[in-house]
Structure formats: C-alpha cells, structure tokens
Design a protein around this ligand. Structure first.
Ligand code: HMG
Ligand code: MG
Length: 310
C-alpha cells in the first residue's frame, strides 16, 4: 500500500464496559473478571474494565467495585473506568483505578439522553472530576459521543465537534476518543472530522471508537490510519451497543481489527490465539456466536483442522 500508515497501533479493548453495559442478560462479576483476565493474557495494552455510573441509568455496571477488586492487573496495562461525575470518580478512586474516562457528546440531545445535562453543564461536571483525578495522579481520557452521526439529530458537523474536543484536551485529557456511536459514519466523513480536529488537537492525541452497525467500522479505521490516527477502541467478539443509541450494535470486533492490522504489518502486541480464548469464554457464557467475521472464520478453520487430524 502506498500511503504511510502508523507502524504501531494501540488497541483499547472496551468489551467489558461498552460491550457488557448493554447486555440483556445478567453477567456476573466473576465472568466479567474472567473475561478481563483473559484479555490481559491476550496482550491488550488497555482494557476498559467498567464504569462508575448511576446503576439507575445503567444497571449492568452496578458491580463496578467488585470487578475492579477482582481483576488481575498486569504491570504496564491500563484498566480505565468511565466516570460521569464526582460520585463516579470517588468510586474509581476507592477501587484504586489508575485511569478514568469522562464522556461528552457533540449534540445537545445526546448529552441530555446519556447524562441528563447539556454539553455546557457536562463540562461544569468534568472540571472538578478531571482536576481531582489529575491531582491524584490518574490519567484521564475523554470521549466524544456522536462525533459523526447522532441518533436524534442526524449528521453532525465537524465544526460542532471541534470545541468539545478542544475543551477536553485543554482540561487535561491525554487522549480524545471519537465515538461513532451509531456506527453510521462512512470513511470520507471520518477523514473530514479528523482533518478538522487535527487543526486544534494533535492527531496523535485522537482515537477512533467505531461501532459497526452499518459494517463501516474497518473502513473507517483504515481511513483514520491514513490520517495518522493510531489508537482504536474495539470490543472482543463485537459485543455491545449503547443504551442511549437505539438500534446501534456493538463496537467493531477486536478480532477483526487485529486481523486487518496484522495483515497490514502494523504492530499491536496482541495475540490472536489468546484473543480467541477470551472470545470463546464470553460467547460461551452468553450462549451465542461471536459477531466477529475474522473470529468466526478463524475458529471454523481451527475446527476443520481438528476434524482433519482426528
Ligand atoms: P442524574 O439522574 O441526573 O443524577 O443522572 P443524580 O445526580 O440526580 O443521581 C441520580 C441517582 O444516581 C442518585 O441516587 C445518585 O446517588 C446516583 P438516589 O439518590 O436517587 O438513590 N448516582 C450514582 N450512583 C453511582 N455512581 C455514580 C452516580 N451518579 C449518580 N457515578 C448521571 C446523571 C450522569 C449520573 C447519569 O445520567 C448516568 O449515570 N449516566 C451514565 C450513562 C452511561 O453510562 N451511558 C453509557 C456510557 S457512554 C457510552 O457508551 C458512549 C461511549 O461508548 C462512546 C460512544 O460510543 O459514543 C463512551
Ligand atoms: Mg461506545
């Protein structure tokens, strides 16, 4: 391929949080812990473990403290947790989290639906959260939901995303993850957004968070790689969706992202074989197949090889 792509990419595994927050079935804390430990074994450098949000809003994350207490933390691996407010940060600090993520939105309607406040109010909330987190030596990541398309307001103009990204960055977020919450964005629009943001925030501070509802996520990742973005969020087996984005399916599957990056010769440090172990573990519990195309193909190939050897 002629274009210059990053030589190394950081994959941020968000399955245990973004994936399981929306799961209809109750997933006990010990299963979440088993999943996170297997993801650690797969070599993922960052695993978003849970969120300290209101259990009235997202009941599936009510066991955040238990999950954080149970996981095996490997040195050098980040286990960020989502926090919407000071109460969430207090929970994260009590759980010895070393990294938190705040989440903003690019549209007013989504901000209200997801966090019950306007965009401006969300920044008022973040101010003490980020200040206190940084004062405690925590790292803070920032998300922007509906950075491309909003389920309530439709197409989002890149210029509306710029001030949100700027503020998160100026307030001390070390990385801004751009959420295609609905999974409806296409590569041209993705590149326009990155181009607009890169004038205000260094491109190496941007991450892509693509849901795969319309099957566009890998194309959006490749388009982002071409623009110099080298951090992508993904979810093992393509688990998940957002409770405030009706009809949106899970994040792009980590197996699919890894297969593409491996093929491009881009380093990630992640082992596909071990990732498939994590995938089989959670899909076995949920009693449904992975939605990862690469994952399914690799498992089918493995089964065929085992049958041929038998
Ligand atoms: P609110 O109802 O306005 O807040 O919700 P409140 O302060 O009035 O609190 C309501 C109740 O929740 C109170 O309990 C609080 O104590 C409790 P009560 O007194 O009634 O018994 N509460 C909490 N409990 C535990 N931890 C907390 C917490 N905060 C309040 N941190 C609030 C406002 C922000 C809290 C609520 O809207 C909320 O929790 N929202 C989170 C929604 C969420 O988690 N969405 C999914 C994650 S974002 C996402 O998926 C997008 C992303 O993947 C990127 C993308 O794809 O776009 C990141
Ligand atoms: Mg998401």
């Amino acid at each position: 391929m002629s274009m210059q792509l990053p030589q190394r990419v950081k994959i941020v595994e968000v399955g245990p949080r973004d994936g399981l927050q929306n799961e209809p079935e109750v997933v006990p804390a010990e299963i979440k812990i088993g999943l996170i430990d297997r993801l650690t074994d797969a070599g993922l450098p960052m695993i978003e473990a849970t969120s300290f949000v209101s259990p009235k809003w997202v009941p599936r994350m009510a066991d955040a403290a238990q999950v954080m207490a149970g996981i095996r933390r490997k040195a050098g691996v980040g286990y960020p947790v989502l926090v919407p407010n000071m109460k969430g940060l207090e929970g994260a600090l009590a759980a010895n989290a070393e990294e938190v993520a705040v989440f903003a939105a690019a549209t007013e309607t989504f901000s209200q639906r997801n966090t019950n406040c306007s965009i401006a109010e969300s920044f008022e909330r973040f101010k003490p959260v980020i200040e206190t987190a940084l004062a405690h030596g925590l790292k803070v990541r920032g998300y922007i939901s509906v950075a491309l398309v909003c389920p309530y307001e439709g197409e989002v103009d890149a210029q509306a995303v710029v001030p949100v990204a700027r503020q998160l960055y100026d307030m001390g977020c070390y990385e801004i993850s751009l959420g295609d919450t609905t999974g409806a964005a296409t590569p041209g629009k993705t590149q326009q957004l990155i181009e607009a943001l890169a004038r205000h925030v260094p491109v190496n501070k941007l991450a892509g968070h693509f849901h795969d509802t319309y099957g566009q996520a890998l194309a959006n990742i490749l388009a982002s790689l071409q623009m110099g973005v080298a951090v992508f969020d993904s979810s093992v087996s393509g688990l998940g969706g957002c409770p405030y984005s009706p009809g949106a399916t899970g994040n792009v599957a980590t197996e699919d992202v890894l297969y593409m990056l491996d093929g491009l010769g881009i380093e990630t440090g992640v082992s596909m074989q071990q990732l498939l172990v994590a995938s089989e573990f959670i899909c076995g519990f949920l009693r449904r197949p992975s939605v990862s195309r690469a994952g399914r193909a690799l498992l089918a190939k493995r089964r065929r090889a085992a049958q041929a050897a038998a």
